[in-house]
Design a protein around this ligand. Sequence first.
Ligand SMILES: [Cu+2]
Length: 198
Amino acid sequence: MIRLFAALVIAIATTAGCTAPAATAAPAPAATNIAEVTGTVAPGAVVSLLPAGIQVPMPEGPAVMDQYAKQFVPGTLYVRVGQPVEFRNTDALGHNVNAHRRGTGATMFDVETDPQQKYVHTFDRVGQYDVTCNEHPGMQATLVAADGPLATMSDDRGQFVLSGVPPGAYRLLVTFEGQTVEQAVTVTGPRTEVRVAP
Ligand SMILES: [Cu+2]
């Protein structure tokens, strides 16, 4: 749409009698440099794309989920497996924070968080975790631990969309109920539909 708009502006400028050579005003044709990757897998799966043959560096510093105004902020947080996560309490009142693995219900931790305190946990498995506060039943959040920074969850129908993916060779990892299936994917723009082997 932006390129179309730019082309229209140039066309209007040209027909208005502008004497500048059109070649200097025309933008270089932009190569399609990002793609959308879609597909269908099991509902509620964690889907990650990892560049083939490259170790994506871990982000500097921890991921952060805050407890503020009796809410978890953000309500959905993606982190990397092995990346420390700080659960902060910037409220003036005490909270609790606990995380349970979705599917099995296994407790990851269950701790009190006093005002201005924090608790740090590092998730060591891919999965979705339900984060709640025992003291305030309305407080809930979802944390997704994934293998890489390009990650999402499939919806109720198993469909997923990963946007802003540079074309190239990738490993697609789909984790469902603790099991991870991997397959090679070549991403080409602007839209790559992935058929995931059952
Ligand atoms: Cu609370």
